[in-house]
Write a protein that binds this ligand. Structure first.
Ligand code: NAD
Length: 249
């Protein structure tokens, strides 16, 4: 059902974690994943080597999603090399947790800038070329905490909630141009973002997850692949909750 041959997919934050798994899975379905991440070039070239050893043609750009100039330059370069961008996965994100009274202003701004402003900026940069071709798939990575909240994460949950509003509004704006816009709200996944948290906290989460474990990055990536496919042409403005049953709507 999923055939992404000849599709160019820009995936932000794809140097590791959910973004990297998405590059691997989309590449496995035939797409050319374009890795966009702030990680050092040495890390990015390891990512590309790993994909190439799995038979996946890919390319990386060291880009900070908060930097409009860098994003526009990457998008222009991708369009010059390949001629089109079919899929954009706005996945780059980070956390800087603290109770509101202790939260540093810079951590509020950083999380909003990377998670929300980055989504806005990357989308704006690719959208013109998608509208011109009357085709596109935009998938924004939100979070369960953008829906249910989480003490200590007012910055992160605000950004992730806003991504859902962004997704719905943009989906309405561009549905008639053959472009779908959807969000995925992961629950708790086993990546660097969660790996270093105390075991007791992770145990607490697992106790709330009916499936009884953290998710694996590939379990988000397969959903991204489906939403990127032709089969998902009639799905837009939706948020897909992938959380092992932790929250049910
Ligand atoms: P991760 O930390 O493993 O990967 C995030 C990637 O984003 C890293 O490679 C990092 O270098 C990159 N990045 C950070 N700031 C960037 C910037 N300014 N410009 C470009 N790249 C940048 O985390 P992950 O768990 O793979 O998270 C991926 C996405 O999934 C994030 O948006 C995160 O908020 C979301 N998410 C994760 C979980 C989870 O449990 N892991 C749950 C819900 C949502």
């Amino acid at each position: 059902m999923v055939d992404l041959r000849n599709q160019i997919a820009i995936i932000t934050g794809a140097g590791r974690g959910i973004g990297f798994a998405t590059a691997k899975i989309l590449g496995g379905y035939g797409a050319t994943p374009i890795i966009c991440d702030v990680l050092p070039e040495s890390e990015l070239s390891k990512t590309i080597d790993h994909l190439q050893s799995n038979g996946i043609d890919s390319f990386s750009y060291r880009v900070d999603v908060t930097n409009k100039e860098q994003i526009d330059k990457m998008v222009q370069d991708v369009l010059e090399r390949w001629g089109h961008i079919d899929i954009l996965v706005n996945n780059a994100g980070l956390t800087r947790d603290a109770a509101l009274l202790r939260m540093k202003d810079e951590d509020w701004h950083l999380v909003l800038n990377v998670c929300l402003q980055g989504t806005y900026q990357c989308t704006k940069s690719v959208l013109k070329s998608m509208v011109k071709r009357r085709y596109g798939r935009i998938i924004n990575i939100s979070s369960v905490v953008g829906v249910i909240g989480n003490a200590g994460q007012v910055n992160y949950s605000s950004a992730k909630a806003a991504i859902i509003g962004f997704t719905k509004s943009l989906a309405r704006e561009i549905a008639s141009r053959g472009i779908t816009v959807n969000a995925i709200a992961p629950g708790f996944f086993d990546t660097d973002m969660t790996r270093n948290l105390p075991e007791a906290i992770k145990e607490g989460w697992i106790n709330q997850i009916p499936v009884g474990r953290l998710g694996q990055p590939e379990e988000i990536a397969e959903a991204v692949a489906f939403l990127s496919s032709q089969a998902a042409a009639y799905i837009t403005g939706q948020t897909l909750h992938i959380n092992g049953g932790m929250v049910m709507y």
